[in-house]
Design a protein around this ligand. Structure first.
Ligand SMILES: C[S@@+](CC[C@H](N)C(=O)[O-])C[C@H]1O[C@@H](n2cnc3c(N)ncnc32)[C@H](O)[C@@H]1O
Length: 384
């Protein structure tokens, strides 16, 4: 079967590569994500191991739906009884673009009616709606009047790894942090013994994602089974899932031992950052693998050991900071890097690339990524 993994804008090629690296065949970038071939094992593997996908969808029908009646009829062609019990619970996620039906709430309601009417007509009992923890999450995407109906196997969006309790001031989404690390080639650096330093780590999202990645830890391992969309789905294969979780446990143990301690350091001047990092690390079971230093940028220097990757997610005015002060901050950032991080690679993400000029460093690579709705530049530098 062909599955689909949606992801953030511009991340689809990275995601297709990630799926291929998992041994999943025919992964290729598509509009809004990556499609791939495989059975339930490939789908479960992607749910457990993808660092970049926001969801994993199993399509069950596609049809032309230029109006509400066609949408209703198309939904009724699916045998919903093989997916959810009559007394079970459902929720419908509906999105549309370039279609006659252009109201997602209306579309979702129509889909829900078609599903519950099928049960009511067949047995007199109908599933109810549960928006928080449904037995079945139905995803409908209407693009130019063409409907794709899928079972959402991921349930809660996959960036919810289960470790984040404290949000921090302006936290990066976990999937964005993973995309940054992949673009910066952190896995290669880590394999060669490099260190990672985040000079303004906030709640520590990137630090945690960096250890998960370098130590071969499945990002979905920290979630409860109930967080996944398949756990109450009637097609769920519990032994298959349990086997994949056991394999992930083994890989985590081996990966952490090989990665070792003292290679990942987070700095931030804010004492609330320390609390957030500590709590998030503890939740992720990684408190021994990241060292936090409460320090202003001006006093930051690398620890001894091999050079590696410096990451920076400085304030850029959208959510925190003020422009005059930001000019100085970026200028001192550039000075700090030149003075203390010779031989290191640097990756900086900012929503205001004009500010980066104050660093007086020339980027050798650039990527456009999105932090929520904010277009950001990921700038890469080599410090001589
Ligand atoms: C955009 S936030 C980083 C968010 C982080 N990436 C996360 O996922 O939570 C910027 C951080 O820079 C820190 N910061 C600002 N100016 C600083 C300075 N001069 N020295 C050290 N940290 C600073 C702030 O305390 C804040 O936590």
């Amino acid at each position: 079967m062909t599955l689909f993994a949606p992801c953030a804008m511009n991340v689809a090629p990275l995601l297709a590569y990630e799926l291929t690296q998992m041994g999943i065949p025919n992964a290729r970038p598509a509009r809004g994500g990556a499609s791939f071939e495989g059975g339930l094992e490939a789908a479960y593997r992607a749910c457990l191991w993808s660092r970049l996908a926001s969801r994993i969808l199993l399509p069950v029908a596609t049809f032309f739906a230029p109006d509400a009646e066609a949408l209703y009829a198309g939904i009724q062609t699916v045998d919903w009884a093989i997916h959810v019990r009559p007394k079970g619970t459902i929720v419908v996620d509906f999105s549309c673009s370039g279609s006659a039906i252009d109201h997602s709430h209306f579309g979702a309601l129509k889909v829900k009616d078609a599903v519950v009417d099928q049960f009511r007509d067949a047995c007199g009992i109908r599933p109810s709606v549960d928006t928080k923890q449904p037995d079945l999450r139905i995803n409908v995407y209407l693009y130019r009047d063409q409907a794709t109906v899928s079972i959402d196997l991921s349930g809660d969006a996959l960036h919810r790894r289960g470790y984040r309790v404290k949000g921090g001031k302006a936290p990066l989404k976990e999937t964005l942090a993973a995309a940054i690390l992949a673009h910066a080639r952190w896995p290669d650096m880590a394999a060669k013994g490099g260190q990672l330093v985040d000079l303004m780590c906030g709640s520590g999202t990137l630090l945690i994602e960096a250890v998960l990645m370098a130590a071969d830890i499945a990002p979905g391992m920290g979630r409860h089974d109930d967080d996944f969309g398949f756990s109450h789905w009637l097609g769920h294969d519990a032994p298959l899932w349990a086997g994949l979780c056991d394999e992930a446990e083994e890989r985590r143990e081996v990966g952490l031992a090989a990665f070792g301690k003292g290679r990942v350091h987070g700095y931030d001047r804010d004492e609330r950052s320390q609390e957030a990092v500590k709590q998030n690390l503890w939740n992720a079971g990684l408190e021994e693998y990241v060292e936090f230093h409460q320090r202003d940028l001006a006093e930051t220097q690398p620890q001894s050991g091999a050079a590696g990757l410096v990451f920076i997610n400085p304030p850029y005015g959208e959510r925190m900071g003020h422009d005059e002060r930001l000019n100085h901050l970026y200028a001192s950032l550039g000075g700090q890097l030149k003075d203390h991080f010779s031989g290191w690679r640097v990756a900086m993400i900012t929503g205001n690339p004009d500010l980066a000029r104050h660093m007086r460093l020339g980027a050798d690579k650039k990527h456009t990524l999105y932090n929520g709705a904010i277009e950001c530049k990921l700038l890469h530098y080599g410090i001589n």
